[in-house]
Design a protein around this ligand. Structure first.
Ligand SMILES: *Cc1c(COP(=O)(O)O)cnc(C)c1O
Length: 384
């Protein structure tokens, strides 16, 4: 049974209450949007924990405590976008350092490492992180970080975080997990051995397609110190209003994720039995290669489903253009269902790289609408 101490609280209680005590001055039950850029000091250096709003802001601190609590982390840092959070982590490397990433890393992560940090002397290798031998072979004396996404985007491959951590840590390499797809409700990478967790809060954490944000959660003091320094020194921080929207979104993360998972499972099973579909990629189907690892390290297999259309590129383009409830758009993780064709949309920037994807591939972010409407929409789009 859960106790009254926040350490023992269940996920949903933590999402609603951690960092969000009623306002001391007014009793307001929701965290106020603190717009002040500076905070009065009684004497130089004598203040109530806040000096200047880039460094720290009460609305942001509430968000940082809340999401850190959900990841089981001692430290959380909010950023202006997922990419800003990733930049802070990649930026800890020096010229000559090397990073290993998965062959279907998020396109923006690959672009950051290849195009921004490549120019600054950082080298990378892309390997299939489900293959620990390939990972061990890719690690060099200069390797500093392994970037893991699981499930991956858009192939929904599952990477065994503990296995990767064992291989990486044996060579003194840090493991960074992008937990955007799973969210802390389904997977807690720090408990599985990761050194840092990053999020695009723009996706499930916000959950309503109305705020861009990023997050880093860590337990290690050395990483917390460096990343907090970078957060302030570089200044890619979210606005107080964005922090408020994220806090509001996170309160319902658990109930939303359960519905995302229910709907995604039903959609995946529907697609698996559909004649227009060549292959369904969803870690909740028993024939998915990552089914067992997912069952071990995730509470449920998540809300993302990809499939390869049997009719190839032209049929995939027709299908994504024909849905009415599923909106044709990039992004994912919000209440509304989205459909997209990665090769010309989200994964355009990796077209000529090892991360290029099949043009017949379609990615679904399954929302929380009524399941019968989602299935009927897919049925009409696949038969048109
Ligand atoms: C969207 C996304 C990002 C980038 O986050 P932004 O908030 O768009 O900057 C990083 N990783 C994954 C897995 C994403 O889906």
């Amino acid at each position: 049974m859960s106790g009254s101490s926040s350490e023992n609280w269940g996920f949903d209680t933590r999402a609603i209450h951690v960092g969000q005590e009623p306002d001391e001055a007014t009793g307001a039950i929701t965290v106020p949007i603190h717009l002040a850029t500076t905070f009065v000091q009684a004497a130089p250096g004598q203040h109530q924990g806040f000096e200047y709003a880039r460094t720290s802001n009460p609305t942001r601190v509430a968000l940082e405590r809340c999401v850190a609590g959900l990841e089981g982390a001692e430290h959380g840092m909010a950023f202006a976008s997922g990419m800003a959070a990733e930049d802070a982590v990649v930026g800890m490397m020096r010229p000559g350092d090397h990073v290993v990433l998965g062959t279907d890393a998020y396109g923006g992560t690959f672009r950051l490492i290849d195009r921004v940090y490549g120019e600054r002397g950082i080298e990378w290798s892309a390997v299939d992180l489900a293959d620990q031998d390939a990972l061990a072979a890719a690690i060099r004396p200069e390797t500093r970080q392994v970037w893991v996404e699981t499930p991956t985007n858009p192939m929904l491959a599952v990477v065994d975080i503990s296995a990767v951590a064992d291989v990486a840590h044996a060579s003194g390499v840090d493991v960074v997990v992008d937990n955007t797809f799973a969210t802390p409700y389904l997977q807690n990478p720090l408990e599985l051995g990761a050194d840092a967790v990053v999020h695009s809060s723009t996706k499930y954490l916000g959950g309503h397609s109305d705020v861009v944000g990023g997050f880093i959660a860590v337990n290690r003091e050395d990483l917390a110190e460096r990343l907090t320094f970078v957060q302030n020194a570089v200044g890619a921080v979210p606005s107080p209003f964005d922090c408020y929207l994220l806090l509001r979104g996170v309160k319902t993360l658990g109930v939303r994720m359960d519905r995302h998972c229910d709907n995604a499972q039903a959609v995946a099973e529907f697609l698996a039995g559909h004649p227009a579909i060549d292959r369904v990629l969803f870690p909740g189907l028993p024939d998915h290669p990552g089914f067992e690892v997912a069952a071990r390290q995730m509470r449920r297999p998540g809300g993302m489903v990809s499939f390869v259309h049997a009719g190839g590129e032209a049929a995939a383009v027709a299908a994504v253009s024909a849905t009415k409830v599923f909106r044709l758009a990039e992004s994912l993780g919000a209440v509304e269902s989205l459909i997209e064709q990665p090769s010309t949309m989200t994964h355009m920037s990796v077209a000529d790289s090892p991360l290029a994807v099949d043009p017949g591939l379609v990615r679904l972010s399954v929302g929380i609408e009524t399941i019968d409407d989602l299935l009927a929409d897919l049925e009409q789009a696949l038969s048109s």
